[in-house]
Design a protein around this ligand. Structure first.
Ligand SMILES: Nc1ncnc2c1ncn2[C@@H]1O[C@H](COP(=O)(O)OP(=O)(O)OP(=O)(O)O)[C@@H](O)[C@H]1O
Length: 250
């Protein structure tokens, strides 16, 4: 079996006396889509923040490609190949789509070790990378538009283009399909699938139909614990999952 690209071992998180996460372990296989789901307050965001480096755990360890990354900051994790989306607030609304993507590519070149970006510092290769990202995300047609004039769905897609500018090996997407129209959801599902050809995708998503469609593996959380994990078919068949969701609605 392939070694996991990311592992979390026995992660716990306390906020004062409140235990938000208890003993959460996970192992992500390379080039898969892995979803975190669970009722409101289950601890998904806290776990996501700890895995991606926004927050430190109270105890436990995060390991990327066999090396501990628990104490590393986000930018240090980016150097290793872990990227995370930060919602549309990262987009420059008055700049064009092309300019936004170019800025993301240039920002990575500035911050990355030369070895990672060797051959990508010339103007032509920056342009090539921008075109490749626009192509990947289907945003070529909108390249000259002001980002602020895009639909919500297209802005989220732009955010993904900017997040993967660094060619990460692992990308964290926080509710990438939230607030999207049906058409946008369909396009974004295909985009997430195509990302997983080159990288591992970890996402939090509330739309269960989408999660079932696009995930290779799903971790179900409730009250700060993992209550189930498996393929969409395995999760559908889990009685504990049904109970957790019904419990949260009832
Ligand atoms: N900074 C914090 N200080 C205190 N409690 C917190 C903090 N962040 C989260 N919590 C609590 O931890 C629990 C888990 O929150 P978290 O946001 O991780 O859940 P979630 O599964 O992402 O929920 P949702 O689906 O509603 O976003 C909640 O009870 C929340 O109130």
């Amino acid at each position: 079996m392939t070694s996991p690209i990311l592992e979390a071992k026995n992660i716990s998180k306390r906020f004062g006396d409140f235990r938000a996460l208890s003993d959460m372990s996970i192992a992500l296989r390379p080039r898969t889509v892995h979803a975190l789901i669970g009722p409101n307050g289950a601890g998904k965001t806290t776990y996501f923040n700890i895995l991606s480096g926004v927050m430190r755990p109270t105890s436990g360890e995060v390991i990327f490609e066999g090396k501990p990354v628990t104490p590393l900051q986000i930018h240090e994790r980016l150097h290793r190949g872990m990227a995370r989306s930060f919602q549309v607030t990262n987009i420059f609304q008055s700049f064009t789509v092309h300019e936004n993507v170019r800025l993301a590519v240039q920002a990575v070149i500035k911050s990355e070790p030369a070895v990672f970006w060797r051959g990508l510092s010339s103007r032509a290769s920056i342009q090539d990378r921008v075109e490749a990202l626009l192509d990947l995300t289907g945003l070529q047609g909108a390249a000259g538009k002001r980002a602020g004039d895009l639909s919500h769905g297209a802005q989220r897609t732009l955010e993904i283009a900017m997040t993967v500018a660094s060619k990460p090996k692992l990308v964290f997407l926080d509710e990438p399909l939230a607030g999207m129209s049906i058409d946008d959801i369909h396009r974004s599902k295909q985009l997430i699938h195509s990302l997983a050809r080159d990288m591992t995708v970890v996402l939090i998503e509330h739309n269960m139909n989408v999660v079932m469609d696009i995930s290779d593996c799903i971790t179900v959380m409730a009250q700060g614990r993992k209550i189930a994990e498996g393929t969409p078919d395995q999760i559908r068949a889990e009685e504990t999952v049904r109970k957790a969701y019904l419990g949260s609605r009832g």
